[in-house]
Design a protein around this ligand. Structure first.
Ligand SMILES: [Zn+2]
Length: 102
């Protein structure tokens, strides 16, 4: 197995895993439970990680995730839920995990 993504939130990890699954890539998310306690533990302590089952699909997975990150506007955007400012390429708020607008 190869780790292809360290996600700011569990939601982000799931979005990444979903994108890879749609291409037929088998993924696993680690640290999912630790991420559920976000807000109670320091942000950097245990971020969810997305791993691909098949080492041969690592390159495709990284390419796909890079495309996801680069596609949205790179401007900062405010979280509609808590008002936190997030980088424009984030898919979900790093503070509260709410989905961010495109
Ligand atoms: Zn938020």
């Amino acid at each position: 197995m190869k780790r292809v993504h360290i996600a700011p939130t569990l939601l982000d990890a799931q979005l990444a895993a979903d994108a890879l699954s749609s291409l037929g890539i088998v993924t696993h998310i680690f640290n999912a439970n630790a991420a559920g306690a976000l807000g109670e533990v320091p942000f950097m302590q245990a971020q969810p990680e997305v791993w691909v089952d098949d080492d041969g699909q690592e390159a495709l997975a990284r390419e796909t995730l890079a495309g996801l990150r680069d596609a949205p506007l790179r401007d900062e955007k405010a979280c509609p839920h808590c008002g936190e400012i997030n980088p424009g390429n984030f898919m979900s708020c790093w503070q509260c995990g709410s989905a961010l607008p495109d």
